[in-house]
Each structure stands twice: as structure tokens, then as C-alpha cells.
Design a protein around this ligand. Structure first.
Ligand code: DSN
Length: 402
């Protein structure tokens, strides 16, 4: 154990938990982390999370709380909102932001509750093409209270076919169209999505959870010119604590605020909101811009290097921080679960993932998803990506069964 580990946790008298935190910290340091939705937060973010703010109840919104003693809390929530709008260059005259959602799933649920009547239609990408459960999948409450109109990717290109989406939208007339994905490696054309939403009078919601940091860093187009609502988690490429933001155009924000509180949640987690504010300030910097450029360069390098070693990359490559590798049908003959297990035994952490038109079950799909946000935070550059690709190839090429 490192000396620092003891000093950081000196206040933690619970030896069992203290020991486990140190153990997890060591694990995180010792592995290559390619989980596309994870990152490593700064000491500043950790300090805000572990602060006395956790003690405070603050149901309501700034200046309209249901508890006394919130004058400092109001300042923190206001600052967080100000920083969120500043980071994405949004005018407070046109945009509002709610910073209280506990995480991405409640954020998305709150938007639908605010804007869509029960039984209404959510047009969202199906899971196997890279969509998220909360985009109307039947296993999520979003698919029980509303009806999903699924869309996918083109079978040949494995990219979004915008003409096909337009046809679906015109036929189905959804109430809301959701774009922004968990396992889609291409740039999203938000202008086209706006046109599709206009064709059927739907709201356009962008869930930019995965790419928020890239949007902030200017390496992915911004959705704000086109969207009515933008939701995002804060802990992926944005490199903050686990939490979420909901940006909405002026007239929608009152409904969304009400859907979060009192609709769905109780007291906001103020330590979390302060930590988000810290991370938003960190992201509003030249260093963060440089970081996001490197994240994308690293993902492209990793994809290219794996391709050179015979791996099939879904949609041919990546434009963002993640890539999907077909380890089953791409000639390797290994299921996603087996690939993930084998890599983990050798210290490379990934997640098994379905691929478009997957013939295998989601519990043991054909692919793995790799992301570069976390390793780039630790300083990895292209050279490291080549080494990682080489190691992955060595581990997964051990045993060709087909
Ligand atoms: N679970 C997240 C991911 O890994 O993409 C999305 O919620």
C-alpha cells in the first residue's frame, strides 16, 4: 500500500471499508481501463464529493427551498448552473439547465414525464445498434410508460441511415426523437435529426452522455443549435462525478424542473452538484480541449491498430472516444463475454457489447466495446494504444475455435 492511501483515508475509522477503498484504488491503478463510460476524476472533484455538503437537505430550487439554512447551497447550485451554460456557450436567455438529476436514467425519465403524455411515442435507437435502455427499451420504465419506436443502423454500413429514419418518423409520428448513443462510434448529424423531428412535429432530445466532454472540447459537433432538450451524464468523457445535467430551451424548463422535483426526486445531492461544478470549471480550459483531442486520436489509433491485426471494427472505425469490436464474426470466434474475461485476466478491462444485428444474446454478445477516455486521462498517447492493441491481439488470438 502506498503511504498516501493511509493519509487520504485517515478519517475513515471503519477499517474494513477503508481497506476495500484502498484495494479498489490499487485495482484502478493497476489495470488498463478501456470502459468507454468511465474516467478518472480529479482530487478536486473527490474533495467536493467527500465534503460536508452531504449533510444538507435542500429540496426545491435556489431561493425556493423547503428547508432553512440554504444560503450557501443556493450559491453552489447557481454557480454550477452558470458553469454548465458557460461551458457549452449557451445564453441564459434561451437555455436553462437543471443540475439536480441524480444520474442519466432519472434525467431522461424526467424529460419524458415533463413533455410526453403517458402512452406517447419515443423514437429511440434500439439497444443492439448502440442505443440506451432509457431511450424507450421495454426493459426500462421508459418503455413501459411510453411506446418505443425503434430505429437502428444500416446493415451494410453500420451507420445511421438518416433517410430511413425520416421514413419511420413520418409514418409513426413520435412525440420525441432521441439521439445520442452508448455504443455508436460515428459523428452524429444533429441538423439531420432536427429536420427529421420537424417532419413529424416531434421534440428533439439529444442524450450526449458519452460525448459531452468531446462537445465541450470542440472535437464533436455541438447539438445545442438543433435540440430542444439535451441531457448528459457528467462522468464519462466530461470527467466529473456521477451525476447528470438537463439543458432545455426556455419554455420547457419549468416543466422539466417540476418533473425532477417534486416529480421524481427528493433532496438534491449537493456534494455531487458541487463536484459537478468543479469538473465543469476543469473542462472549461485549454488543457481539457487538448485532452479531448487526444482521446479521439487515441481511439482512432486503437481502431486502426486492431484492424491491422485482423479485427473487424463496427462501422469501419471511430470518430469519437469509443469503438466496437466484433470478436465473434470477425474471424476470432470468441464471444464478447469470453473476450472480456480473457482480457480482464490480463489486466485489460472492457465490456462485452452487442453489435448491430447481433445473432447472439445480450448476455454473451458478439462484441466488446473499448473507450479511450480513462486511459487518456492517465496520459496515454498513440504509442500506448499500439501496445494495448498488440496485447489485445495476443490475448484474443490465442485460441481460434472456428
Ligand atoms: N452504462 C452506461 C454505458 O456504459 O454506456 C450508459 O448508461
Amino acid at each position: 500500500m502506498e503511504k498516501n492511501d493511509y493519509t487520504i483515508y485517515t478519517n475513515l475509522v471503519d477499517k474494513e471499508i477503508s481497506k476495500l477503498i484502498v484495494e479498489e484504488k490499487k485495482r484502478q491503478k493497476s489495470v488498463v481501463n478501456l470502459i468507454a463510460s468511465e474516467n478518472y476524476v480529479s482530487g478536486g472533484v473527490l474533495s467536493a464529493l467527500g465534503s460536508e455538503l452531504v449533510n444538507k437537505y435542500a429540496e426545491g430550487y435556489s431561493s425556493k427551498r423547503y428547508y432553512g439554512g440554504n444560503e450557501v447551497i443556493d450559491k453552489i447550485e447557481n454557480l454550477c448552473k452558470e458553469r454548465a451554460l458557460d461551458l457549452f456557450k449557451l445564453s441564459p436567455k434561451r437555455w436553462s439547465v437543471n443540475v439536480q438529476a441524480y444520474s442519466g436514467s432519472p434525467a431522461n425519465f424526467a424529460v419524458y414525464s415533463a413533455l410526453i403524455p403517458q402512452g406517447g411515442k419515443i423514437m429511440g435507437m434500439e439497444l443492439s445498434s448502440g442505443g440506451h435502455l432509457t431511450h424507450g427499451h421495454k426493459a426500462s420504465f421508459t418503455g413501459k410508460f411510453w411506446k418505443q419506436i425503434p430505429y437502428g443502423v444500416d446493415k451494410k454500413t453500420e451507420k445511421i441511415d438518416y433517410d430511413e429514419l425520416l421514413k419511420i418518423a413520418k409514418k409513426e409520428k413520435p412525440d420525441i426523437i432521441v439521439c445520442g448513443f452508448t455504443a455508436y462510434s460515428q459523428k452524429i448529424d444533429f441538423k439531420k435529426f432536427r429536420e427529421i423531428a420537424n417532419s413529424c412535429g416531434a421534440y428533439l432530445m439529444v442524450d450526449m452522455s458519452h460525448i459531452a466532454g468531446l462537445v465541450a472540447g470542440g472535437v464533436h459537433p455541438s447539438p445545442f443549435k438543433y435540440a430542444d432538450v439535451v441531457t448528459t451524464t457528467t462522468h464519462k468523457t466530461l470527467r466529473g462525478p456521477r451525476s447528470a445535467l438537463i439543458f432545455s430551451r426556455g419554455e420547457l424548463s419549468g416543466k422539466i424542473d417540476k418533473a425532477i422535483f417534486p416529480g421524481l426526486q427528493g433532496g438534491p445531492h449537493m456534494n455531487q452538484i458541487a463536484a459537478v461544478a468543479v469538473s465543469l470549471k476543469e473542462a472549461d480550459s485549454p488543457a481539457f480541449k487538448k485532452y479531448t483531442k487526444q482521446v479521439v486520436k487515441n481511439a482512432k489509433t486503437l481502431a486502426d491498430e486492431l484492424k491491422k491485426r485482423g479485427f473487424r471494427i463496427i462501422s469501419g472505425g471511430t470518430d469519437n472516444h469509443l469503438l466496437l469490436v466484433d470478436v465473434w464474426g470477425g474471424g476470432k470466434g470468441i464471444s464478447g463475454a469470453e473476450a472480456s474475461d480473457r482480457l480482464e485476466k490480463e489486466g485489460i478491462i472492457v465490456n462485452k457489447n452487442t453489435i448491430p444485428f447481433d445473432t447472439r444474446s445480450p448476455f454473451d454478445p458478439s462484441g466488446i466495446r473499448l473507450g479511450t477516455a480513462a486511459e487518456t486521462t492517465r496520459g496515454a498517447k498513440e504509442k500506448k494504444m499500439k501496445e494495448i492493441a498488440e496485447k489485445i491481439a495476443r490475448i484474443l488470438n490465442l485460441d481460434k475455435r472456428r
